[in-house]
Design a protein around this ligand. Structure first.
Ligand code: C2E
Ligand code: MG
Ligand code: MG
Ligand code: MG
Length: 269
């Protein structure tokens, strides 16, 4: 069990006897400390142009490894959202990714970096002004940044979302709809919102030999008809890359094309 693993601080507590809330409190305190001490990290995973076989950008993905072992990003985000830390976390990610984009640009690469934005934050925070500040701080054109939003981030107040996305678009900042196809009323969002990219969820790639094929095909035709580019996520095998390319998908992301890695490793992809 976790006790034998030794030093596994988070796994030490028996979920059956201690409240999950207690574990979350430990995570919250550790996360606060990690944010203050700068102990969080970003890894970068390439987005590949499937026709030109080039890297066009990287997704920034949060990595946190406290002494007890790594905590999965969705867990970090959940605790941060529930404990009032999501603003600080998302702004840290944004600034860190912007700093990396600036380094790449100075080295002569024109890669964009995509940043995942918490649903809660986008709906309730003043995220757009943080984006402006990050661009200014790192002397970046808006084109260097892509925000990955999920439908739930845009759901709560569609009119505000339309206005926010309009301001971002005015600066050249692009928006990707993440995990596309898994949410609710996706088609309506495509119609209403200035979205530049849809990221087809990896569930469809997993089922490419079955119904996934028709979904990828339909999403791609629809997106292209609206001038929206398409990314397939979760590509793990060469035949999947071939299959989505044949369906007209523009960009690919997945372990077979390049895993998430620290910036110096990601660069060699
Ligand atoms: P996501 O935005 O959909 O990110 C893609 C996830 O798929 C990442 O998981 C990535 O490591 C994983 N992945 C990449 N290629 C493959 C593949 O070929 N196969 C499979 N099975 N998975 C692949 P990760 O890094 O664990 O992040 C999970 C989720 O946590 C992300 O999903 C995103 O929703 C959230 N997240 C990650 N970093 C951040 C962040 O900085 N801020 C916020 N708000 N959320 C984040
Ligand atoms: Mg994402
Ligand atoms: Mg995704
Ligand atoms: Mg996903």
């Amino acid at each position: 069990g976790a006790k034998q693993a030794g030093g596994n601080h988070w796994g030490f507590y028996d979920e059956g006897t201690l409240q999950a809330a207690q574990r979350d409190s430990h995570l919250e305190a550790a996360l606060r400390g990690a944010l203050e001490r700068g102990e969080l990290e970003l890894h970068y995973q390439p987005l590949r142009d499937l026709r030109r076989h080039t890297t066009v950008g990287f997704e920034a993905l949060l990595r946190w490894s406290p002494p007890g072992g790594p905590v999965a990003p969705p867990e970090v985000v959940r605790v941060a959202e529930e404990r009032g830390l999501i603003m600080a976390l998302d702004v840290w990610v944004l600034r860190c990714a912007a700093a990396q984009a600036q380094r790449w640009r100075r080295e002569g690469h024109d890669w964009f970096v995509t940043v995942n934005v918490s649903a809660l934050h986008f709906a309730h925070g003043d995220f757009v002004s943080h984006v402006r500040a990050a661009l200014d701080e790192h002397d970046l054109p808006g084109e260097a940044l892509v925000l990955e939003l999920t439908e739930s981030a845009l759901l709560s107040d569609l009119d505000t979302s339309v206005a926010d996305l309009g301001r971002l678009a005015g600066w050249g900042v692009r928006v990707a709809l993440d995990d596309f196809g898994t949410g609710y009323s996706s088609l309506n969002y495509l119609r209403r919102l200035p979205v530049h990219l849809v990221k087809i969820d990896k569930a469809f790639v997993l089922s490419l030999r079955e119904e996934g094929h028709a979904f990828v095909q339909a999403i791609t035709v629809l997106a292209h008809g609206l001038n929206i580019a398409v990314v397939a996520e979760g590509l793990e095998e060469p035949w999947q890359v071939e299959a989505v390319s044949a369906l007209g998908v523009d960009l690919g992301q997945g372990f077979v094309l390049g895993p998430p890695a620290p910036s110096h490793d990601a660069q060699e992809a």
